[in-house]
Design a protein around this ligand. Structure first.
Ligand SMILES: [Cu+2]
Length: 356
């Protein structure tokens, strides 16, 4: 009902505007064209001022309404640096915006058509154009240099104490592989990928470095204040590792590994206190429309202390152990339960894969 009323109101306003413009045409015939034009320019000049003032009030109201609501708190060292960049960029663009918009509307008001006033025709002014182009280019260059500096940092080599986690996206889930005690991720081969045999990432079991690698699905464990380097892959289409709380984002591209590193600074437990939300979880959301189940492609991130992380990792079966349980059903009871009860695999085929 309200919608219908709004439509009727808008239509009526349009009819009124058309009628007024028709009436002003008749007036211009009666009064003489020039005089009528000057009168309408005067009205337009005041409308420009009204638009400027209402616009500024609107900006103020939006600012008050959205203050502190646009971005969650930055929970990484790099995120804080990126927030600073957003603030500097915002300040610079806001100064330019207010200066140019106020000048635009004020000049339209101040120098509107009046009796005896003639417009000056200015085809071009080289020094003026060079100056404003150079200043704009310089300011943009400074912003880009600051941005690139952060970009090269987060995509460059990680600090020595960084933990490494391999992130693999596929329609529609995230898999995380941790290197285990040896700190080395074992070899992979896409031909070995076989989720039914507990090898969702195609780990090559003949590489001993694989034997302690732990794989988790849709839950990523990170250590607070310890840099983490993500090695990012995709098994099918392009996905994107979106980490809003850490201000990070990186495409997961099939066949082309990507990387980034950052240092989480707030544990999940601290964040629950900070936000007052007992259900708070850090989110890893796929930021690339990747198919009909895209909206379900999200993982939870648990940021915890090194001790809690070690405890969690010690309680995990390595993917190798899970896969070997398929080959030797006598030890499979407990491991299968930990794996979420996937159907037992055909052990003869698994042996062939293993022998490769
Ligand atoms: Cu995706």
């Amino acid at each position: 009902m309200t919608d219908l009323l709004i439509v009727i109101t808008v239509v009526l306003i349009l009819i009124i505007i058309v009628q007024i413009s028709k009436a002003s045409e008749y007036v211009s015939i009666l009064k003489g064209k020039e005089k009528a034009e000057q009168q309408s320019d005067k009205v337009n000049a005041w409308l420009l001022m009204a638009f400027l003032i209402l616009g500024l009030i609107g900006i103020y109201i939006c600012h008050e309404l959205l203050k502190g609501k646009l971005l969650p708190v930055a929970a990484s060292v790099q995120g804080a640096a990126i927030d600073h960049m957003i603030i500097y960029t915002g300040i610079i663009t806001a100064v330019v915006f207010f200066l140019t918009e106020i000048m635009l509307f004020y000049f339209g008001f101040r120098y509107h058509n009046k009796p005896g006033r003639k417009a000056k025709y200015l085809p071009d002014n080289d020094p003026l154009e060079i100056t404003w182009t150079a200043i704009t280019a310089l300011v943009l260059l400074i912003l880009i240099v600051f941005g690139l500096k952060e970009w090269f940092k987060i995509t460059g080599p990680a600090p020595k104490n960084a933990m490494v986690v391999e992130v693999t996206g596929k329609q529609f889930e995230w898999m995380f592989r941790y290197p285990g005690k040896d700190d080395v991720l074992g070899r992979k081969d896409f031909k070995l990928i076989d989720p039914a045999k507990d090898n969702p990432l195609g780990q090559d079991w003949s590489d001993p470095a694989n034997h302690d690698d732990v794989v988790s699905h849709n839950v990523l464990h990170l250590v607070v204040d310890r840099p983490v380097r993500l090695l990012i892959n995709s098994q099918d289409v392009i996905h994107d590792v979106g980490l809003p709380y850490f201000r990070m984002k990186m495409d997961a591209v099939p066949g082309t590994p990507t990387t980034l590193w950052f240092t989480p600074t707030i544990t999940t437990a601290e964040m629950i206190k900070k936000t007052g939300d007992p259900d708070f979880v850090y989110e890893l959301a796929c930021d690339q429309l990747c198919g009909e189940g895209h909206f379900t492609m999200r993982a939870t991130i648990i940021v915890e202390t090194q001790q809690q992380f070690d405890q969690w990792e010690a309680g995990q079966k390595s993917q190798y152990q899970l896969a070997m349980a398929d080959l030797n059903p006598s030890i499979s009871d407990t491991t299968k339960a930990a794996d979420g009860g996937l159907p037992a695999a055909d052990s003869s085929k698994a042996k062939v894969a293993f022998a490769k």
